[in-house]
Design a protein around this ligand. Structure first.
Ligand SMILES: [Mg+2]
Length: 109
């Protein structure tokens, strides 16, 4: 089974963007995030319409593509490095250290 880290996936997405001539400058940052939302909407619509899990999952992967594209474009245009694998693991550990159902309770006064 072929595997791929988040950082490798980010590099592959950025390669795709370069080879296919997709928007690749600072002015494209906002639209990358908006397209990620659009892809989430496509996943929700596919689910609502009873499409198969492969179709729904592919829309979710589209959203991940745009998210990784955004992060890679931030790296390129803002001169920063973003280690997505490290960020994922740090966030996972942080969430694992939280109480059960954290963020789900609301005090009603
Ligand atoms: Mg799509």
């Amino acid at each position: 089974m072929e595997t791929c880290t988040f950082n490798e996936a980010k590099r592959l997405v950025r390669q795709l963007v370069a080879e296919k001539g997709f928007p690749d400058d600072e002015s494209a940052l906002g639209q990358k995030l908006l397209w990620a939302f659009v892809e989430l909407g496509e996943a929700a619509d596919a689910y609502k319409k009873g499409k198969d899990w492969d179709t729904i999952s592919e829309e979710l992967i589209d959203a991940i593509f745009y998210i990784l594209d955004f992060i890679g474009l931030v790296e390129k245009t803002q001169g920063v490095k973003i280690d997505v694998d490290r960020l994922f693991l740090e966030k996972w550990r942080k969430n694992m250290s939280r109480p059960r159902q954290y963020g789900q309770k609301r005090e009603i006064h």
